[in-house]
Ligand binder design. Sequence first.
Ligand SMILES: CCC[C@@H](/C=C/S(=O)(=O)c1ccccc1)NC(=O)[C@H](Cc1ccccc1)NC(=O)N1CCC(N2CCOCC2)CC1
Length: 220
Amino acid sequence: LPTSFDWREYGAVTPIKNQGMCGSCWAFSTTGNVEGQWAIKHKNLYSLSEQELVDCDSTDQGCNGGLPENAYEAIAKLGGLESEQDYPYDGEDEQCHFNKSMVQVTVNGSLELPEDEIMLAKWLVKNGPISIGINANALQFYMGGVSHPFKFLCNPADLDHGMLIVGFGVHTTKYLHRRQPYWLVKNSWGEDWGEQGYYRVYRGDGTCGVNKMATSCIVP
Ligand SMILES: CCC[C@@H](/C=C/S(=O)(=O)c1ccccc1)NC(=O)[C@H](Cc1ccccc1)NC(=O)N1CCC(N2CCOCC2)CC1
């Protein structure tokens, strides 16, 4: 296992997006995973439509929340995902205007990944970015660095936010030279949030439940 890895270096990650005032984090977590899986398998990176999921995935609740696993299933049932430009994001629940002839990518299944963070890192290096559920308590006040809140402040059982792990690394603290393994996580709250839109969270002790609901789609 390498010390660090970053799928952004391999063109498998689109720029940071912004979900606005809509609880569609689950849709961004889903498209981020599908974008990565497709790019790695087909060698081309497309920005994919979250709005299609918000409007047309009837197994989830649009701006009131959802689960990536439901979304993968919905994409397969609908017949695929349109591109961001063909079905642009509006950040509110709208009438579904999915056009099957405009489908950019398709999905034909999904995987639940192990909770073991070493196995997750190995899977990431081999296969690509991973969709996760996480407890977002530590995100409200995150100003950068490696987030490692106490368990009672970030209950790993209370997952409420969908995000995307795109890589991992180790941060060595300046003064005490303490090694902090971290996950590099893509958020969907714009580039002004966190570290240019990204979140680094401690890797190795299930912080905030980062390992509790790791999934990926399977692309043909
Ligand atoms: C109101 C929806 C909020 C939204 C994220 C919004 S957010 O804006 O990113 C944010 C998050 C945290 C703090 C502040 C802002 N959260 C979700 O969509 C989260 C994302 C998630 C949670 C757990 C694992 C993976 C992904 N999901 C949800 O909120 N869900 C809604 C309830 C649903 N239930 C399924 C069983 O039947 C009853 C309904 C499950 C998914």
